[in-house]
Write a protein that binds this ligand. Structure first.
Ligand code: CDP
Length: 218
């Protein structure tokens, strides 16, 4: 029997991570936040003062990196970066790092390895299209940009960051644009993905909807 694979893609703030985490718990399967991997690489590049245009330097960085991802924490070369990868500074730079081909190649290899031997739910931008094109279920979450910015603002405020709705809306739109227009594996709905507009749905509504569609073989 092939492994259960659930792909959840969509733009920033569409609710992917929260929903994927909850579905993983309900189904007792592994959750992988692929965005956290790109964030960790971005954090490492920022720390090393690399220019994001310098593909050779990024290649060396990615080749030497040790990433350990568990549902609770992300370790980068032995350092716990779980919180550090979520700062507004990293968020602002992550799309520029994740459009680099070699960075993507490396991350996709790691992601596929994780999906090989265990049932998984992964969230990201290219899971249904590139990482797991044969996924058992594919979902594409969307929501109005202002609603997405409101969600992100609440999240940032809860972590003690100051945030303005206008600035966050702008940043979300910019990130969506870079993610959707990049050459390699852009943010895109897979032809066979089920689209869910979460603008007027609660997190619980979305979780219920996904669970109702997923049949788990015992
Ligand atoms: O949580 P949020 O929606 O802010 O973003 P994320 O899932 O943490 O992803 C951060 C960034 O990583 C995205 O804006 C993309 O540039 C990149 N990413 C990607 O290129 N491919 C993925 N599979 C996941 C994330």
């Amino acid at each position: 029997m092939s492994q259960l694979q659930i792909a959840i893609d969509g733009p920033a703030g569409s609710g992917k991570s929260t929903v994927a985490k909850a579905v993983a718990q309900l189904l007792n399967i592994t959750y992988l936040d692929t965005g956290a991997m790109y964030r960790a690489v971005t954090y490492a590049a920022m720390k090393a003062n690399l220019s994001f245009d310098d593909e050779t330097a990024l290649k060396t960085l990615v080749d030497d990196i040790q990433l350990d991802i568990s549902p609770k924490s992300i370790q980068l070369n032995g350092e716990d970066v779980t919180e550090a990868i979520r700062t507004p500074e990293v968020t602002r730079c992550v799309s520029d790092v994740s459009k680099v081909g070699y960075v993507r190649e490396k991350m996709v290899i790691l992601q596929r390895e994780i999906a090989l031997n265990q049932p998984v739910i992964m969230d990201g931008r290219d899971i249904g299209t590139v990482v797991l094109p044969q996924a058992t279920y594919k979902f594409f979450l969307i929501a109005d940009p202002v609603e997405r910015a409101k969600r992100r603002m609440l999240e940032l405020e809860s972590k003690g960051f100051e945030a303005s709705l206008e600035v966050i809306t702008e940043e979300i739109i910019t990130r969506d644009k870079i993610d959707s227009e990049r050459e390699i594996s852009p943010l895109m709905r897979a032809a066979d993905a089920i689209e869910i507009d979460t603008t007027h749905l609660s997190i619980d509504d979305v979780i219920r909807k996904i669970i109702s569609l997923v049949k788990v073989e015992k």
